[in-house]
Design a protein around this ligand. Structure first.
Ligand SMILES: Cc1cc2nc3c(=O)[nH]c(=O)nc-3n(C[C@H](O)[C@H](O)[C@H](O)COP(=O)(O)OP(=O)(O)OC[C@H]3O[C@@H](n4cnc5c(N)ncnc54)[C@H](O)[C@@H]3O)c2cc1C
Length: 372
């Protein structure tokens, strides 16, 4: 880059992870000139469960990112397991996809290039200043600035948007194993104070994630507590090293100020246990582009609140079960005895069921727990 040169762009996106690239693609679809900068270089990896639920698959499709046919593995539902109890249900519509983070990143970069996004890799953004963004010592002017720089967002701080309505954190560690998936379900194994979840990400690969509130806990500590899982994985080659990250449940008081808007984890997030992070990213990107096209970021704030409601509710429910082992056992027993209850819960999770229906489902579940 030539020092002192100032480029005008309609939209400047800080961060080229899933949220930044999705926001850049969505903005190009609305006809904006878009520049994006990330201090890393593609393909960017990150600790992630790598599962995209059917609603996320549909949201990716809207952005022209078809997961079908990509190097991704479909899964058709979710299985909950605890000790010797297992309950499973298929999704009401469509399938989810397990996809390596690096593969997803490659797909997004490809799509952004096709859409005409100007991408600056290895470019550190150091501030927002007088209607522009400071990149590698230069000020690049932009009409709209999007902060998509992840959970520890500096853009959020620069824009004075740090105030939180709620905030808690847990820790996630993931590792890949070379083994043919033994099931076409995403599996969630419950332990006391932690969860292990397992996503098929290829014909010969699975991704295993541990999530807990204890930052010292590691996959090798907890795997022996799941003899069946440990037995299956004992002979499988580990094809990645353990990689950790923070998963935050964070709701911000505001997601925009002036011409600066936040998207993805920078704009708040739900616990990873929901598997909804990437879906939110894609949905927010579309809503933000529409709001910029209308010249009204308040629209984005309203859409952001609405999109977050269901995953936040699901996260609260899952974390409630995390903290109450007796309740969890009874819920799992009820799901195992009446899989239709779990099916309806899953339908709510992926947006196929209304809150009214889910309240009826909640009552049925409560009744089943009392009568077991
Ligand atoms: C353990 C774990 C498991 C998860 N499992 C799932 C799952 O199964 N399914 C799901 O849907 N979601 C899951 N999530 C959530 C999902 O990973 C996130 O929601 C998603 O990564 C958010 O993307 P993002 O682009 O907002 O942030 P990030 O992926 O963090 O990207 C931010 C980007 O900004 C760049 N950046 C930061 N600062 C600067 C700067 N100053 N200048 C330039 N660039 C900068 C970074 O290099 C990075 O590339 C999980 C999360 C965790 C932690």
């Amino acid at each position: 880059m030539t020092s002192g040169l100032s480029h005008a762009t309609d939209v400047f996106v800080i961060g080229g992870g899933p949220a930044g690239l999705a926001a850049a693609i969505a903005a190009r679809r609305c006809g904006f000139a878009v520049t994006m900068a990330d201090h890393a270089r593609p393909p960017i990896d990150k600790a992630c469960g790598e599962g995209i639920m059917p609603d996320g698959v549909a949201a990716a499709c809207v952005l022209g990112i078809p997961l079908e046919g990509a190097r991704a593995r479909p899964f058709r539902g979710i299985r909950f397991c605890e000790r010797d109890v297992a309950a499973e249900a298929p999704f009401p519509e469509g399938v989810g996809f397990g996809i390596r983070r690096t593969v997803l990143h490659e797909l997004l970069v490809e799509r952004a290039a096709e859409a005409g996004v100007r991408m600056m890799w290895g470019a550190d953004v150091t501030g927002i200043d007088g209607g522009g963004v400071r990149v590698a010592g230069e000020l690049l002017r932009a009409r709209w600035i999007i902060g998509a720089d992840g959970g520890n967002s500096a853009a959020r701080h620069w824009a004075g948007l740090d105030a939180c309505v709620s905030h808690s954190r847990r820790y996630g560690f993931r590792r890949h194993y070379s083994i043919a998936p033994w099931s076409d379900f995403m599996e969630l194994h419950w332990g006391d104070g932690f969860q292990l979840y397992l996503t098929p990400v290829g014909d010969q690969e699975i991704c295993l994630v541990l999530i807990s509130s204890d930052h010292r806990l590691r996959l090798d500590h907890v795997l022996p507590r799941f003899p069946e899982l440990a037995r299956r994985l004992a002979g499988a080659v580990r094809v990645s090293s353990e990689r950790g990250g923070v998963t935050a449940s964070r709701r911000l008081a505001r997601v925009y100020r002036g011409n600066v808007a936040l998207v993805g984890d920078a704009s708040g997030s739900v616990d990873a246990i929901t598997g909804e992070g990437l879906c939110l990213v894609f949905q927010q990107a579309v809503a933000l582009a529409d709001a910029m096209a209308a010249g009204d970021l308040a629209r984005y704030a309203a859409a952001h609140r609405r999109l977050g409601r269901r995953p936040e509710w699901m996260a609260r429910l899952m974390l409630l079960l995390d903290g109450h082992s007796r309740m969890r056992s009874r819920v799992l027993d009820a799901f195992a005895a009446r899989p239709a209850l779990l099916s309806r819960m899953l339908a709510l999770h992926v947006g196929e069921l209304s809150y009214f229906d889910s309240a009826a489902n909640g009552l049925a579940l409560g009744w089943r727990m009392l009568t077991l």
